[in-house]
Design a protein around this ligand. Structure first.
Ligand SMILES: CCCCCCCCCCCC/C=C/CC(=O)SCCNC(=O)CCNC(=O)[C@H](O)C(C)(C)COP(=O)(O)OP(=O)(O)OC[C@H]1O[C@@H](n2cnc3c(N)ncnc32)[C@H](O)[C@@H]1OP(=O)(O)O
Length: 280
């Protein structure tokens, strides 16, 4: 029954997109069904590059503007990886202008997701550190696959960087202040049972049931009249979002100053080198 709601939409890095003549989605089908599936597809690890962030925002905007859509399931097309978070190569050795453009895109995606009028359900089918976790935290409900490898959390401090205040706010609003403080300072990545215990996710289910569970949950959320649910969501979230909206440029300047520091560039390079050497 719930399956009838779904249709697909793939978010990919621009280089993997179909040629411009080919539409990204199948609007006629989706029109009838009302729920889209956004599958992140930027192999090998679904890192959130500037291109992916931009594509994600454009796709969300299309869905928001098409009033036949009421819900989106956010999931991954990369086996075992929901998203490795922000693309670290976008924050290393680039120009100030590039950092500013990248950070504005990160802000934009967060704002779009966090304030979306659509019901957003995260079907987390893989590991989900930092920016990957943040995406799921902006959703209205999180279903995580029960696999001990699928850790989730804001691990920024382990990279030698700091989760900005609006990442922190998103976590605090989900798990409460004390759990968030401990998780953020220690850069904790929670395995599924722990993530459920602290409230970072709402449900942990066998891996092959993530999608069907997300669909059932979606049906429950869609049973509520849109206007009442949307106004309630806005009441809960707008004060948090407004804090960023009021100081977007200042936030970009903080980011520029922070990420341009030699010590931060060194930490990020070392972390990337460690990831690359892991294989060798
Ligand atoms: C006064 C106060 C001021 C405060 C100011 C604040 C200002 C803001 C500060 C800055 C904020 C920064 C915020 C950052 C948020 C983030 O999202 S940072 C990203 C964090 N992500 C991670 O830590 C995950 C790293 N990756 C992994 O742990 C693993 O790759 C994986 C578990 C996801 C997958 O493992 P596996 O399947 O074994 O693949 P790998 O071999 O590790 O990776 C394959 C390939 O991908 C590259 N890669 C991995 N992750 C990333 C990434 N996030 N970005 C770019 N590239 C990545 C990896 O290097 C490999 O590359 P090669 O194939 O070797 O080239």
């Amino acid at each position: 029954m719930a399956q009838d709601l779904v249709d697909g939409l793939l978010i990919k890095a621009r280089s993997h997109l179909p040629p411009p003549s080919e539409p990204l989605g199948k609007l006629s089908k989706r029109d009838r069904k009302g729920v889209a599936v956004i599958k992140l597809k930027n192999p090998p690890v679904n890192s959130l590059s500037l291109e992916v962030l931009t594509e994600f925002v454009i796709s969300l905007e299309k869905l928001e503007n098409d009033k036949t859509f009421r819900g989106v399931i956010v999931t991954s097309d990369c086996p075992g990886i929901f998203s490795a978070g922000l693309d670290l190569t976008e924050m290393c050795g680039k120009s100030q202008a590039h950092y500013a453009e990248f950070w504005r895109a990160v802000q934009e995606l967060w704002l779009r997701l966090y304030l979306s009028n659509l019901v957003l359900i995260a079907a987390i089918n893989g590991v989900s550190p930092a920016g990957g976790c943040l995406i799921s935290l902006t959703c209205d409900y999180r279903v995580l696959a029960d696999n001990p490898k699928y850790n989730i959390g804001l691990n920024e401090t382990l990279l030698g960087v700091v989760a900005p205040s609006w990442f922190k706010d998103t976590l605090v609003n989900t798990v409460g202040h004390r759990t968030a403080e401990r998780a953020l300072q220690l850069g904790l990545l929670f395995p599924p049972a722990e993530a459920l215990r602290v409230g970072m996710v709402d449900q942990v289910v066998p891996e092959d049931q993530v999608h069907s569970t997300a669909l059932s949950v979606m049906a429950q959320w869609l049973a509520v009249p849109d206007h009442a649910r949307q106004l309630t969501k806005s009441l809960m979230r707008k004060p948090t979002a407004d804090r960023l909206v009021k100081q977007r440029d200042a936030d970009i300047q903080y980011f520029l100053q922070f990420v341009s520091r030699d010590s931060i560039q060194k930490s990020l390079r070392m972390y990337l080198d460690k990831l690359r050497q892991k294989k060798g």
